[in-house]
Design a protein around this ligand. Structure first.
Ligand SMILES: [Zn+2]
Length: 119
């Protein structure tokens, strides 16, 4: 399909950035943006599995593609939160086992003391 200069109305060729007749810039923003800003859930998954990439995409797209930026940022954030929670879980399990083995060694009394200390 043919395009026309918004300034003078001259016909433009495909991928022509400047009008040859009047020198006006051809506005074709949608074509220059390689990624559609549709807030695709895929960017959320990318941010989730590669939080660094999600953060970088968020910073790059903050202005150009805010929906995608939010999606990628959200994925990265959820990933970081889950990671933090799993670290806490690992610590709880670790200290739980420590308390359990402590109970085997010196009876139930000390394990209860340890558990109350941990709570
Ligand atoms: Zn023109």
């Amino acid at each position: 399909m043919a395009k026309y200069c918004r300034n003078c109305g001259a016909e433009l060729k495909e991928n022509q950035a400047v009008c040859l007749k009047c020198g006006a810039m051809v506005e074709d923003v949608n074509k220059s943006v390689s990624v559609e800003d549709d807030g695709n859930i895929g960017w959320g998954f990318l941010g989730f599995f590669v939080p660094i990439a999600g953060l970088v995409l968020y910073l790059i797209w903050k202005d150009k593609a805010p929906k995608n930026a939010r999606m990628a940022g959200k994925g990265a954030l959820i990933s970081v939160i889950i990671e933090a929670v799993s670290v806490v879980f690992v610590l709880i399990i670790y200290f739980g086992l420590f308390a359990f083995t402590g109970a085997l060694a010196s009876g139930m009394g000390s394990s209860m003391t340890l558990l109350t200390a941990l709570m």
